[in-house]
Design a protein around this ligand. Structure first.
Ligand code: GRF
Length: 197
């Protein structure tokens, strides 16, 4: 019998990584390191009401809860509401996919959480990683998946992949290459992360 793995995905915007994860894993039997897993994406949570990802989740038939952080008095009360909702889903892993919120220590300690970041961490933490990486002049650039703790983009690295940037690449081309690498690395990192749970 494959081991069942239940996942919740949190996002704030476009949701292309969320879509990729749902399409790769939802209700699929997947082997990794000679073990078999059966994945279920239990649901998504979005904190921005105008996020395009909400439409993606709907089209994919995955429940998506809208929890606008603006409706809460402070970070602690938002995180408590989020924690309550995710506990209801009874998941093994929480996957952040462009979720633009720093999470409190209490929340981070309550779940196994992973995040994808569009730079070779510890370089270029924060919300402007693609532009900072593009403008850095670094020849080797890439993407990281890491465990989440209360420190912004600070948890242990699960997987990183890099490529050599072409000097002629525009920001648009550069961003496309980063995103293409994200779609490759996140599913791989999820398998690696669950194997360690
Ligand atoms: C990605 O670049 C991811 O690395 C970062 O936020 C972006 C989300 O893009 N954390 P999308 O919403 O998955 O399209």
């Amino acid at each position: 019998m494959p081991r069942k793995i239940k996942i919740a995905i949190l996002f704030s915007g476009n949701g292309s990584n969320m879509q990729n994860i749902i399409e790769t894993f939802h209700q699929k039997k997947i082997a990794h390191e000679s073990k078999e897993y059966f994945f279920e994406i239990k649901g998504c949570v979005c904190n921005q009401k105008d996020a395009f990802g909400i439409t993606r989740a709907k089209n994919l038939g995955i429940p998506c809860l809208l929890l606008p952080h603006q409706d809460f008095a402070d970070r602690i009360s938002f995180d408590l509401a989020l924690e309550k909702e995710i506990k209801k889903m009874e998941v093994d892993l929480v996957v952040l996919a462009g979720f633009m919120r720093i999470l409190s220590k209490k929340f981070c300690d309550s779940f196994k959480i992973i995040n994808i970041h569009p730079s070779l961490l510890p370089k270029y933490k924060g919300a402007n990683a693609i532009i900072e990486s593009f403008e850095s002049g670094d020849r080797e650039v890439g993407v990281s998946v890491h465990w989440v703790n209360e420190e912004l983009d600070g948890g242990a690295i699960i997987l990183q992949k890099s490529f050599l940037r072409m000097p002629e690449d525009s920001l648009e081309v550069f961003s496309q290459k980063i995103h293409a690498l994200e779609y490759e690395i996140y599913p791989e990192a999820i398998k690696k992360a669950i194997a360690s749970l």
